[in-house]
Design a protein around this ligand. Structure first.
Ligand SMILES: [Zn+2]
Ligand SMILES: [Zn+2]
Length: 251
C-alpha cells in the first residue's frame, strides 16, 4: 500500500443499524459486500453521534481490499451535521466520549426515531444503544472541528446542499477560519450545480457521498488519488498535494 499513488473510489458517509434512521440491512457484512460490488476501496462509517459499530465494520472488512475509516456524523448545537473521520476505532471512541459529554442524557424513543442496534462483525445483535442519538449536541462547529483535529482526525461539512442539517443552511455561511478539510455534497446534485448556487464555496475541496441509510444508497462518485487509505493521505489529497487529488465521478 505504500509507495506510489493510486486512484480509488470512496464513499465517506455510511450509516449502520445503530443510526435509528438506517434500515436493518445496514449491517457490517452487507455494507462490506455492497462496497466491494461498487468498486469502493475506502468507506467511512459515520453514524449519528456514535461510533458504536465502527470496529465491527472494520473487522468485517478484514482480509478484503476495503479500508474502513472510523467516523461519526456529529450534530452541532445549531443542527448542522459534520463528518468526523479518524483512522482507528480507538480515536473515534475517544471522540465519542467528548460527544456524549455534550449530548442530552435522554433515552432514545424507539417508536419515534427507530431502534439503535449495536452489532458484531457478522451483523449479530449485541445490545441496543439506549441514548437519544438523533439530536443536537451542545458543541459548536469550532469545537467539533478543533476537537476532531486534536485527536488526529479531519472534519468535513456534511451534505451542504441539503435544506436541513447542513452547516450552510443552519448558519447561512461557512464560518471563516473553520478548519474544514472539505465540504460534502449529497448524491442528488453535482459540484457544478452546488458551486453555481453557492459561489462562496469555490476553492473548497468537494466530495460526494451516499449518506447511505440503506445499501442501495451507497455510491461511488468520489475518486481519490493517494498513497494509502489513511486520514492523513486523504487530507493531503483534498489539498491536492504531491500529485494527490480528489475528483467527482459523474454517474
Ligand atoms: Zn446528516
Ligand atoms: Zn448521514
Amino acid at each position: 500500500m505504500s509507495g506510489g499513488l493510486r486512484s480509488v473510489l470512496v464513499d465517506l458517509h455510511v450509516h449502520t443499524v445503530v443510526s435509528p434512521c438506517a434500515e436493518v440491512e445496514m449491517i457490517p457484512p452487507l455494507i462490506v459486500r455492497r462496497a466491494l460490488e461498487l468498486g469502493l476501496s475506502i468507506i467511512a462509517v459515520t453514524d449519528h453521534n456514535t461510533a458504536d459499530n465502527v470496529a465491527a465494520v472494520q473487522r468485517a472488512a478484514e482480509g478484503t481490499n476495503l479500508a474502513v475509516l472510523a467516523g461519526m456524523e456529529v450534530q452541532t448545537r445549531e443542527d448542522a451535521h459534520i463528518l468526523c473521520l479518524f483512522d482507528t476505532a480507538e480515536q473515534a471512541l475517544a471522540w465519542q466520549g467528548v460527544v456524549y459529554a455534550h449530548l442530552p442524557d435522554m433515552p432514545n424513543n424507539e417508536e419515534v426515531f427507530g431502534a439503535q442496534f449495536v452489532v458484531d462483525e457478522m451483523g449479530e445483535f449485541m445490545h441496543k444503544n439506549e441514548r437519544l442519538l438523533l439530536t443536537a449536541t451542545s458543541l459548536s462547529p469550532e469545537q467539533v472541528v478543533s476537537g476532531v483535529r486534536s485527536l488526529g482526525g479531519i472534519a468535513i461539512a456534511a451534505h451542504i446542499d441539503r435544506q436541513a442539517f447542513s452547516l450552510l443552511m443552519s448558519l447561512g455561511f461557512l464560518p471563516p477560519g473553520l478548519q474544514l478539510s472539505a465540504v460534502e455534497i449529497s448524491r442528488h446534485t453535482t459540484p457544478e450545480a452546488v458551486l453555481a448556487r453557492y459561489p462562496s464555496l469555490r476553492g473548497m475541496p468537494i466530495i460526494a457521498s451516499g449518506d447511505a441509510h440503506r445499501l442501495a444508497e451507497m455510491c461511488a462518485h468520489t475518486l481519490v488519488t493517494l498513497r494509502s487509505p489513511s486520514v492523513r493521505e486523504l487530507e493531503l489529497a483534498l489539498r491536492g498535494e504531491g500529485g494527490r487529488a480528489v475528483e467527482y465521478m459523474p454517474r
